[in-house]
Design a protein around this ligand. Structure first.
Ligand code: MRU
Length: 353
């Protein structure tokens, strides 16, 4: 696995620490941090220093490998090693509830440990956990490229595209999902005009999508979330592209708060609404969006995070759900690394597994 300095998550040379680009500092500062303790790992996910569903999955895979290396120095006996890692996995899994990629990657690593039980070799388990972590990362790179190709096949040169939150290289690996077709198209000489919802309250669109679009040389305009209807009405938008955190079996999906409102608007204005995500984001155990747990975050993020002084009076209450669920009836197509899925989603989703 060859890492690039722009990878939001990668291993250091010794393989005993994870280097992350702290996404809370972007775009003002490109701060790389080295993470080794499990509390730091959990905190990096909770604070959104590492964020975006696929990126959290990649990070979780490496976390388990690094923690296994540490545990191997303390535990010579396989059972003690396995139970310490099961505990670490449960701890990491408690950091954020909505993106399925976290539990998906942790389960993959738990399966690796299970597969080593008969042999009962701690050093072999550590080696395989590192291999699996790199595999998760490499697979995500390939999936993002494939999603980008499928997505690009639905766009025309010159299209105006609206996007919400950030589903680019920082949230995944290399091309990204929601932004992948745009970056790939730009590399091939196509031109799009991207409108990025700033995405209140944490501004992933204004800070991160805009940063990635500038880096890629894409023509881009940041708008406030409440301007999406206007740009659609003005005929500036030919397609909406968004990422996803968990797709249910019926095609309902969770993504950053505000996504479902954009989908309702797109339906009203007759604009195709595309959801882009790897198969690792499909949760077959989830029958519909009703079962998706929505993370609720501190109201202080709304009240004061980006302001010199709080923007609401003392005594005001806040409700800060980090995600919402978009009904599958509003989705034109789900673009995965295994193809473009359309209604009936129950069938098209089943067909790719
Ligand atoms: O809270 P965040 O910033 O982790 O939310 C991220 C999103 O909602 C993304 O759109 C989603 O994870 C897809 S990333 C390819």
């Amino acid at each position: 696995m060859e890492y690039r300095p722009s990878d939001p998550v990668r291993l250091n040379e010794a393989g005993d620490r994870i280097i992350i680009i702290d996404q809370t500092k972007l775009p003002g500062e490109i701060l790389c941090r080295e993470i080794e303790k499990r509390e730091e790992m959990c905190d990096a996910i909770k604070s959104l220093a590492v964020r975006g569903a696929p990126c959290i999955g990649i990070f979780a895979g490496y976390c388990m490998a690094v923690l296994a290396g540490q545990e191997a120095k303390k535990q010579k006996d396989f059972e003690g090693f396995a139970s310490a890692l099961a505990e670490a996995s449960a701890y990491l899994n408690s950091s954020r509830p909505t993106a399925v990629n976290l539990s998906w990657a942790l389960k993959r690593q738990e399966t690796v440990i299970e597969g080593c039980r008969q042999e009962a070799s701690v050093s072999e388990a550590v080696k395989r956990l590192y291999e699996e972590a790199r595999r998760i990362h490499e697979e995500d790179i390939a999936m993002c490229l494939s999603i980008s190709e499928y997505g690009l096949s639905l766009l025309k040169d010159g299209d105006g595209i609206l996007t919400h939150c950030n589903a680019g290289p920082l949230a995944t690996s290399r091309y990204g999902t929601g932004l992948g077709p745009i970056i790939l198209g730009q590399e091939r000489g196509m031109h799009f005009h991207v409108y990025s919802d700033e995405t209140r309250p944490l501004l992933q669109g204004a800070r991160l999508t805009a940063y990635e679009m500038v880096e890629a040389g894409v023509d881009e305009t940041v708008i406030c979330d409440n301007m999406a209807s206007l740009v659609m009405k003005q005929g500036k938008i030919d397609a909406v592209l968004v990422g996803c955190d968990r797709i249910a079996r019926n095609g309902d999906f969770a993504n950053k708060i505000g996504t479902s409102g954009v989908a309702v608007l797109a339906k009203y204005y007759g604009i195709p609404f595309y959801v882009l995500g790897p198969v690792s984001t499909i949760d077959l155990s989830c029958t519909s969006g009703e079962e998706i747990v929505i993370e609720e975050r501190d109201g202080e993020e709304i009240r004061s995070l980006w302001y010199e002084k709080p923007m609401a009076p003392e005594g005001a209450k806040f409700f800060n759900p980090a995600f919402d669920v978009t009904d599958h009836s509003l989705v034109t197509a789900i673009i995965t690394d295994r193809g473009i899925l359309r209604e009936p989603f129950e069938e098209s989703i089943r067909s790719i597994f």
